[in-house]
Design a protein around this ligand. Structure first.
Ligand code: ASP
Ligand code: MG
Length: 402
């Protein structure tokens, strides 16, 4: 007998049939003699629909009311799933995030979990009930409802698994696992048997969209092994763990595309000590994350500084840079939003030379121009034009994964 946490995403509980499908998976697990805690997301597009409803009322809703609204989505799911379980003769109880003991910090709409008091969950498990918990929500110290940011139910599930020392944490979704590329777009995309936390983190933050990256961070921190699998097709999924075994002959684990990039260039900034410090200091003050940085020699003791920021921060970045020109010595600030980032990820490439050149060769053969490059121990990213991104992913994938 084991303690198993099972998380089901919005598409897995989208309608009546899907809810009963989930209820069968859960009750089978429970009937096999396991303790089961279930975490669910809001049904289908519910969260998007709620956001749209709010936008019909105001474009500047308070965070508190937004969370009051958004939390409702998950509360519908827990009640319906619990009813389905009970109708099948499985003893079950639903708990909101706060009933389940989630305490968070103050930041509405992107709260972080501070504590999880598991007493209630444990009491219910001791009564041999399946415990169905609303993901994505908690309570702050003012006893107001908070939500954890989009995709936050994964994080709720991992937190419960960590706190209860669960034997397994299964993340059910509508794909069969983690793939080497988006299987809807890349023909030969392969499902991975295993992937490491670090690789998954890179892929998650690069827009691979199977797991929320905060959930992977948390899983890494507490050593919670995750199993990503399909709620619709009962085949083995992908295990996410500290050290993943390398698949035969595969240097990289995945190719990902991220279109959430804006490229900012400041042309003709003075080529003097401290200039980068000043520019990036100004951006840091606004909590803008700078990703890839390129510095190129310019003319007459000036240089050009190019870097990427998330699209959503681009306007703020431009305006603070314009406003503070005197602080870093001026220059011509330009923004481009027609770029994308394409990356390869894999711990296996650390010990192999020639990975970068193979990637660049694939781009060259497809006649795709590289604007910026960045490398780390387990990742190589290039900034290319957005219109070329899908072709680039395909070409790079073909070059590495057979
Ligand atoms: N329902 C929330 C969202 O759509 C949380 C989640 O699905 O994990 O972002
Ligand atoms: Mg969702």
């Amino acid at each position: 007998m084991a303690l198993i946490v099972q998380k089901f995403g919005g598409s897995s509980v989208a309608d009546r049939d899907r809810i009963f499908n989930v209820a069968r998976i859960v009750s089978n697990t429970h009937n096999a003699g396991n303790d089961v805690v279930v975490v669910v997301s809001a049904q289908g597009d519910t969260t998007d629909d709620l956001l749209a409803k709010a936008a019909e009322i105001t474009h500047d809703p308070s965070g508190r009311e937004m969370d009051m609204l958004l939390a409702a989505g998950e509360e519908i799911s827990i009640a319906l799933l619990t009813m389905a379980l009970q109708s099948m003769g499985t003893s079950a109880i639903s708990l909101t995030g706060w009933q389940a003991g989630f305490r968070t910090d103050q930041s509405y709409t992107k709260a972080r979990i501070q504590r999880l008091d598991t007493e209630r969950i444990e009491n219910e498990l001791n009564r041999n009930r399946v415990v169905v918990v609303a993901g994505f929500q908690g309570l702050n110290k003012m006893d107001d409802i908070t939500t954890l940011g989009r995709g936050g139910s994964d994080t709720s599930a991992v937190a419960i698994a960590a706190a209860l020392h669960a034997d397994r944490c299964q993340i059910f979704t509508d794909v069969e696992g983690v793939y080497t590329a988006d299987p809807r777009k890349v023909r030969n995309a392969k499902k991975l048997e295993e992937i490491s936390f670090d690789e998954m983190l890179e892929l998650a933050s690069l827009g691979a969209q199977v797991l929320n990256n905060r959930s992977v961070e948390l899983a890494k921190k507490y050593g919670v092994e995750l199993e990503v699998l399909s709620s619709l097709n009962p085949v083995p999924g992908t295990v996410v763990k500290e050290v993943a075994k390398d698949m035969e002959g595969m240097l990289i684990k995945g190719v990902a595309k991220d279109t959430d990039v804006a490229v900012i260039t400041i042309m003709d900034v003075p080529d003097v000590p401290g200039m980068s410090f000043k520019v990036f200091g100004i951006l840091a003050q606004k909590k803008i994350n700078v990703d890839i940085i390129l510095q190129a020699g310019g003319r007459d003791n000036t240089k050009d500084l190019t870097f990427t920021v998330p699209l959503g921060d681009a306007e703020t970045a431009i305006s603070v840079l314009e406003k503070n020109k005197a602080r870093y010595g001026g220059g011509n600030v330009k923004l481009r939003t027609d770029f994308a980032k394409v990356s390869i990820v894999g711990a296996g490439m650390q010990s192999h030379s020639g990975v970068a050149s193979r990637m660049f060769e694939a781009l060259y053969e497809s006649n795709i121009n590289i604007h910026m490059i960045s490398t780390s121990e387990i990742k190589i990213s290039v900034i290319i034009e957005k219109k070329d991104a899908d072709r680039a992913v395909e070409a790079i994938h073909d070059a590495f994964i057979h």
